[in-house]
Design a protein around this ligand. Sequence first.
Ligand code: ADQ
Length: 483
Amino acid sequence: MSKTIILSNRLPLQINITKEKLQVTPSVGGLATGLKSFHREGDSIWIGWSGLTEEEIPVNLKAEIKVRAREDACITVSFTAEEMDGFYYGFSNRSIWPLFHYFTEYTEWESWQWEMYKKVNQKYADSVIEHYEEGDKIWVHDYQLLLVPNMIREQRPNATIGFFNHIPFPSYEVFRTMPWREEILNGMLGADLIGFHTYDYERHFLSSVRRILRRPVEFNEVTLANRVVKVDSFPMGIDYEKFEQTALKHHEISEDQETELQQRLNFHRKKSPDSQLILSIDRLDYTKGIANRIRAFEYFLEKYPEYIGKVRLVMLAVPSRSDVPQYQLLKKEIDELVGRINGKFATVSWIPIWYFFRSMPFENLIDLYTSCNIALLTPIRDGMNLVAKEYIATRTNQTGVLILSEMAGASHEMNEALIINPNNFEQIADAILQAIKMPKEEQIRRNTLLQKRLKRYNVVRWATDFMKALDKTKENQPSFKAI
Ligand code: ADQ
């Protein structure tokens, strides 16, 4: 029976070794959390990296890791520390990530990192070939694996290959600065179907294909010598039911007693009806606009001082890519900003910013989502932003206000949120005020519409739509018809 082979840089599980014993935890991050439910429901295997380099795995545990991963239908690909350095911390996160998010001043172009990117992409492609059987469908994910579709195509010309890019695709004027732009585009065009979160990313990609490769592009199709590649947008959803159901259970427990978080924050809805908690959750990344958000919150307190002592920003940042210098600098900048603002405004009984720098178990995440009446998400650029969708899914009584950056892919589908420009502090401060003052009926009206949409276009629907479109594209391929 044919299966789907999912391929991503990381597996949805993170394997650690403590005292010679394996510890397996779920991975944090948009792709892993989103696609996990599709993987669980379908007949698929997932190929990716376990999170440990070859040097970190003792010889006697190598086989055990493979067996453990297999229990979750996962297959591990292993890499040396040097390979990870060049491929992941290097080219993926110092070249492609900043370029695709328009942070051109952060991009580095190192030939050795590019060589490592090619080498590691080849390893992923080889692992797919090893597990591939005629009739299987292959679904490659994200910017770390842009060359893989064509590497598979070279070895299996008739394979059905889909590719989905989880981050933005930049405009031609930005993309053209990439030294290896032809190779990247040709790598992606190895797929039958290429998916993006939004129509804009799709358009940018097609424009680069037309202008850089000079390939004929008609509507959303690229014609190659013996195949046609379809490009389309598929806005990713979340596992809506999981968030909704956990939030409902959470409400039952916390209706009369304070949760641990509420105790720590010295906050409970019933005790302090005037107080407001503003939530922000992201990976610690310069694209997420965390520093801007803190400055905008400072500006809000200056502009509307009557809210000093009443409003708090609860900021959760997950450690991420800490081997890349810009992330270390950002961490320092945020630590200093939080310290300065708390020093400036804090009173004996009130601290304006509560900052957690760590990953959190799912239950605590839900506790945060349900306890905070406002969510403030201000990315400078973001492919989609699943946190925005998760927040809305947990608002089971339909109250709560989402303030969302127009630079997040999610803003295209979430018009009922208060949409802001993350560089406009005046607008953010006013949106916070509007959120605080928004009548309950208006909150409910906005969230009801948002929830209806998110419920329908959940992550399984997203994945199913993509796979259906892939089948259809394949059926129409001239080379496929000829067999
Ligand atoms: P990310 O940049 O990782 O994803 P996002 O979509 O917001 O961003 O997903 C983050 C995920 O991590 C969410 O599911 C959230 O619940 C979880 N998370 C965040 N903080 C956490 C914490 N402290 N503890 C535990 N879990 C936490 C990339 C792109 C996005 C795109 C996704 C999916 O950058 O734009 O939406 O892929 O395509």
